[in-house]
Every structure is written in structure tokens, then in C-alpha cells.
Design a protein around this ligand. Structure first.
Ligand code: XCC
Ligand code: SF4
Length: 624
């Protein structure tokens, strides 16, 4: 049965464009998903292996057929190995993004990337001191070069621990060290995952999963954390800002340029280039009233947090944005960019511009982006968008009305600021019961479930029950579209949380950034745990990824749980083909790292599970 536009998404703007797509005979991810059905059940259960050329092998999950691969690998081994490869890929994506950010920072410090500057000097010096770099008598550029070199070492280090793990509470660090899952070096852990999953290496599911935890930790407390830190130095530590979201941010009169992907190295420059007077003049000449830069996915979150740049949508809205017929350029770098955009942009006048030396797609114009000439390239990209404006076919244009105000930019620094400089007021509110606990809700969209339904309903349930929500990634965009990221949304919160939000003038859902910025959530959790003198696993806190789909989300889930935070997944991970792995993830991990996973597609039930967990933790702390 074909789904209707209403069944595909809860968002009215998206529904309108899904309808337009159907009328115009344009294919979207939802159509391709339907064409894939029924999806392979071996794949869904995680029991197929292609790790060597004696395969592919698959295990009969009902125990009626074949129970072992050619090499003898069982379902447990195959599922665990596949999961480890997912973690490795996710950690690699975040960490390679971090590496590029550090390399840009290094080039900038050495005077080779003149388009970039140090925007947060205080953070530069505080990080230098954390990395043990003396600053006396040195210029800030000298300090920056040394810091960049020290950060680069974190990737290739052979004997850890990865430095930022020290930000975790002492008890947590000791636990990791006792378990032998303290990451040694970011690249080392990822490489070891690939080695261990080669035929005939690691064939013990528990042993394989422990390496998964270590790799996840090297992402959350390593790669992702370094990405956040360096980006704050280069582009500024976010502070609360107002902006607007949803497809209605696209403009009828202006040149629309979308930045989509993940690295602010690109999007920051585009935002700057779009303010260039010469290009603004050119836009006028071409009949446009200005240049409208908007974001999609995490690069959108990055520029939203720092500049208040509007966001057109989250992962499943990337195709819909093009379908408005009003986009002059879709400019992409890496991660979460659908290759379908090539064919799709071909149906409209939209230029699909790929910029990363690492990532190309069918149907793109390549405008490779290098730090040395960042601003020049950004200007060329903006110029290409502007020059494309006269090609817009007015008859094909339909921009939905929906746009929603939001407030974003809640870095840890900004949250502490809002609290008057220390986490104490929040801790008191938690202790007094006005705030029951903290919910971290993050992650992607997934066509398997109704777009934004899980995100929005789960978060609404949590705030209604006085749980303060922190969010990043595509969940943050979903919440923004649903109007949850404004201080006025406090009316949807329970009495206690409402009072706190009104007193501080903050929304009940705090947008903390992109997916690498989940590292900010870890730092916040550490700050609270340290102040309370407990471990993160003792906090009345829970995590969720209601609509996750990417391998990065798997790595995130793993490091969040490894850090001690119970996490509910809304879509089912491909592990059910192994009872051993499933039991480890959903129960066994509890006795290892003090937290585990649960799977619950229904957001109302998921919220209930999180609330029960939070209550349990409150009781254990002696709170009512
Ligand atoms: Fe991608 Fe970061 Fe997932 Fe969204 S939340 S679909 S990973 S953009 Ni990161
Ligand atoms: Fe089959 Fe083993 Fe090769 Fe995997 S590693 S494809 S299970 S023989």
C-alpha cells in the first residue's frame, strides 16, 4: 500500500511538497523505500556476512537451516562483527571531520589559510592549558600551532588515553581503564575494528563488542569532542540566538543557496561570501532582492548556532527543498547527502555543487574547497548560485508557508551562563523535583517511520513530565519545526520545568548543536556529575534516538551508553539475529558500564521508559 503524504511526515510543509512531488511524477526516498519492500530479512537481523570471498554467507535465524558461515562463524559472531564495522564507520566519519577541522586550524595558525581567524581566544588558551601547552611569552598563533599539533597527535597516538577522556568523572575513567576500554588513539581504534572483523581474527561476540565500546568512546570523547572544540575556536562558541526553520525559509524573491552536510569549514565561508557587496549587487542585476543562505542537516545546525542562519529542514527534507523549485544551488560537503540529489536537481534548475575532495555524487558541478583559497572558492560558489537565479522556472515554484521561530546556540558555556555561572541552580532544581531529570534526544530521520513523529512526540512527553531536554542533529531541527525551541514552548512543559524556563527565559528544549556537538552533552553531564560527586550513570538522565539511521548514530549510541546513559532507540538495529548480542546490548551492558540500550518505536512508550529510568535514578540518589 502506498503511503499518503500525511502518513509519510507529520510536518505540513513536507506534506505539501510530497504532494507536489507526486503530482509532478518526482521520486523521493519514500518511493524508493517502497520499491525496496520487503527488505532483506537476513540484513535486518544482521546475519549476513561478506567479509571474505568464500561468502556471502547467511545464517538461518530460525535455526532450521544453516547455522554457520563457511569459516564456521555463528550468528553471534557475524552480528557482532557487522555491528563493530558500523561503529567503526560512524566513529571514522566524526573523527575524520575533526581531523580536517584541526588541519584547517593548523593552516590558519601558520598563516596559510587567511580566510579563517581565531574567533574564541579564551577557548584557545583554556584548551592549550588543558593540553599542557604553556602560553607565556608566545603569540596566540604560536600557541595555536602547538595546540593544533597536539590535537593531531590524538589521532595517531598509540598509547592512550585519548586526552579529552579526562573530562569524564574520575570514577568513569577508572571504570573504562579497568575494563580495558580506554581509547588509545582515535585512528588506532578504528583500524583495529577493521582488523578484528577480517576473516579469522576476533570471533567472540562479547570481546568484539568491548572494542566497539572503546571505539565509540574514542569518537564521543575524542573525535567529536575535538571537532567541537576546534570549531569553537575558529568560528566562535555558540550563544543563544533566534532564527527560523522549515521549508518556508526559502525565499521567493531572493537567490536561495542551501548548505547541506556537516563541516562548518565550508558553510561558514559561504555565509560570509553571501554578504559580499559585489555579489549582492550581482544578485540585484539578476533580478533577485538578495541572497538567502539556509542550511540542511548538521552544517545547518552549525551556522544556525553561530549566526542564526535559517534551516530549511532535516535529513528527509533535503529532496523536498529541491522540489520547491526555488533552490538555485544545493552546496554539499560530506555525510547524509543523498546521491539521489543529482537526478532530482536535474528536474529543476538547481545547481548541485559538491565541494569536498572526499565526496562526489552523480550530477554535480565540482567546486573543490581548499582552506588556502576558502573565501575565493566560497565567492565562486555564491556567484554560481546568483547567476542561476534567472533560470528559475516560476511555474514550477511552490514554497510552503510554514516557517517557525526557534532559539538555538546552547553551548555548555551558554547554558552555564544562563544559570548564572555554575550548574548549581539546575542541580537544585533537579534535587527539589521541579526538574525531574535530563533527556538527551538526538539523531536522524528514517523513512521506516513517519518523518518527525517520533522526535516531536517523545520530546513533548518528556517536557510535559518535567524533563529538561537537550537536543542536537536532526532531532533539534524536528523540535524547532514543531515550535519546541522557543521560550514560549514552556507552556507545554510540566509546572516545575515551566517555572524554571520562565525564570531563565529559555526554551524547555535546548538546541546544543550538530551531531559532533553531542560531545557538549557529555561535557555538561560530566559537569553536573562532578558537582554532585557522582558518576554519569547515577544521574537522573536518559538518552534517545527516535528515528536514527546512520552509522554515526550507532557510534553515538555506543559512546552515550558507555558514558553511563541509558538510551532508547526508536528504529531497530540489525542485531536481532543474535540472542547473545541482543542480550548484551539490552541487559549485559548494565553490569559493565552501568547503562544499556532499549528499543521502542512508539515514542509515548519510549518516553515512559525514560521516565521510569529517571525515577529509578532519583530514588537511588535519595531524591523524591
Ligand atoms: Fe545525518 Fe547530522 Fe543523522 Fe541528521 S542526525 S541524519 S547523521 S545530519 Ni547527525
Ligand atoms: Fe562467510 Fe566466514 Fe567469509 Fe563471513 S568471513 S563471508 S561467514 S566464510
Amino acid at each position: 500500500m502506498k503511503k499518503t503524504a500525511f502518513e509519510k511526515s507529520i510536518d505540513p510543509a513536507s506534506q505539501t511538497l510530497l504532494q507536489k512531488a507526486e503530482n509532478e511524477g518526482i521520486e523521493t526516498a519514500w518511493d524508493r523505500y517502497e520499491q525496496q519492500l520487503p527488505q532483506c530479512s537476513f540484513g535486518q537481523l544482521g546475519v549476513c556476512c561478506r567479509n571474505c570471498n568464500m561468502g556471502p554467507c547467511r545464517i538461518d535465524p530460525f535455526g532450521e537451516g544453516t547455522e554457520k558461515g563457511v569459516c564456521g562463524a555463528t550468528a553471534d559472531i557475524i552480528v557482532a562483527r557487522n555491528l563493530l564495522r558500523m561503529i567503526a564507520a560512524g566513529a571514522a566519519a566524526h573523527s575524520d571531520h575533526a581531523r580536517d577541522a584541526v588541519l584547517t586550524f593548523k593552516k590558519m595558525s601558520e598563516g596559510e589559510a587567511g580566510s579563517y581567524k581565531i574567533k574564541d581566544e579564551a577557548k584557545l588558551f583554556s584548551l592549550a592549558s588543558e593540553y599542557g601547552i604553556p602560553a607565556e611569552g608566545k603569540s596566540r598563533e604560536e600557541v595555536a600551532v602547538e595546540l593544533a599539533n597536539a590535537m593531531l597527535l590524538e589521532f595517531g597516538k598509540q598509547n592512550g588515553p585519548v586526552l579529552c577522556t579526562k573530562r569524564a568523572p574520575g570514577v568513569r575513567l577508572r571504570l573504562w581503564s579497568e575494563l580495558g576500554i580506554e581509547p588509545r588513539g582515535i585512528d588506532r581504534e578504528i583500524v583495529e575494528c577493521m582488523h578484528r572483523t577480517h576473516i579469522g581474527v576476533d570471533n567472540n561476540a562479547t570481546h568484539i563488542l568491548l572494542q566497539g565500546l572503546r571505539t565509540g568512546i574514542s569518537d564521543g570523547w575524542g573525535g567529536s569532542m575535538i571537532a567541537t572544540d576546534v570549531q569553537d575556536i575558529l568560528f566562535g562558541t555558540p550563544e543563544p540566538k533566534k532564527s527560523t526553520v522549515n521549508l518556508g525559509v526559502l525565499s521567493l524573491e531572493k537567490v536561495n543557496l542551501i548548505v547541506h552536510g556537516h563541516e562548518p569549514i565550508l558553510s561558514e565561508m559561504i555565509v560570509e561570501a553571501a554578504e559580499n557587496p559585489e555579489l549582492l549587487e550581482l544578485a540585484k542585476e539578476k533580478g533577485a532582492s538578495g541572497i538567502n543562505v539556509v542550511g540542511i542537516c548538521c552544517t545547518g545546525n552549525e551556522t544556525l548556532m553561530r549566526h542564526g542562519t535559517p534551516i530549511a529542514g532535516n535529513f528527509l527534507q533535503q529532496e523536498l527543498a529541491v522540489i520547491t523549485g526555488a533552490v538555485e544551488a544545493m552546496v554539499v560537503d560530506v555525510q547524509c547527502i543523498m546521491p539521489s540529489l543529482g537526478g532530482l536537481t536535474g528536474c529543476y534548475h538547481t545547481k548541485f555543487i559538491s565541494t569536498s575532495p572526499k565526496a562526489d555524487f552523480p550530477g554535480t558541478v565540482r567546486m573543490e574547497f581548499h582552506e588556502e583559497k576558502a573565501y575565493e572558492t566560497a565567492k565562486e560558489i555564491v556567484r554560481a548560485a546568483v547567476e542561476n537565479f534567472p533560470n528559475r522556472n516560476r511555474e514550477k515554484v511552490s514554497i510552503p508557508e510554514e516557517k517557525q521561530e526557534c532559539m538555538a546556540g546552547f553551548s555548555v558555556e551558554a547554558i552555564l551562563n544562563a544559570l548564572g555561572g555554575s550548574p548549581d541552580p539546575l542541580i537544585e532544581a533537579i534535587a527539589g523535583g521541579a526538574v525531574k531529570g535530563i533527556g538527551a534526544v538526538v539523531g536522524c530521520n528514517n523513512v521506516k517511520v513517519q518523518h518527525n513523529y517520533g522526535h516531536v512526540n517523545l520530546v513533548k512527553e518528556l517536557i510535559k513530565n518535567n524533563v529538561l531536554v537537550v537536543t542536537t542533529g536532526c532531532n533539534a531541527i524536528a523540535c524547532a519545526e514543531a515550535g519546541l525551541l522557543v521560550p514560549e514552548a514552556a507552556v507545554l512543559a510540566g509546572e516545575g520545568l515551566k517555572g524554571i524556563c520562565e525564570a531563565l527565559g529559555i526554551p524547555p528544549v535546548l538546541h546544543m548543536g550538530s551531531c559532533v556537538d553531542i560531545s557538549r552533552i557529555l561535557v555538561l553531564a560530566s559537569a553536573i556529575a562532578n558537582r554532585m560527586g557522582v558518576d554519569i550513570s547515577d544521574l537522573p538522565a536518559a538518552g534517545a534516538a527516535p528515528e536514527w539511521m546512520s552509522e554515526k548514530a550507532v557510534s553515538i549510541g555506543v559512546y552515550v551508553v558507555s558514558s553511563g546513559i541509558y538510551t532508547v532507540l526508536g528504529t531497530i538495529p540489525p542485531v536481532l539475529g543474535s540472542q547473545e548480542v541482543t542480550a548484551l546490548l539490552t541487559k549485559g551492558l548494565d553490569s559493565v558500564v552501568g547503562a544499556s540500550f532499549a528499543v521502542e518505536p512508539d515514542p509515548f512508550k519510549a518516553a515512559k521508559m525514560m521516565l521510569e529510568h529517571i525515577d529509578k535514578k532519583r530514588k537511588a540518589l535519595g531524591l523524591k
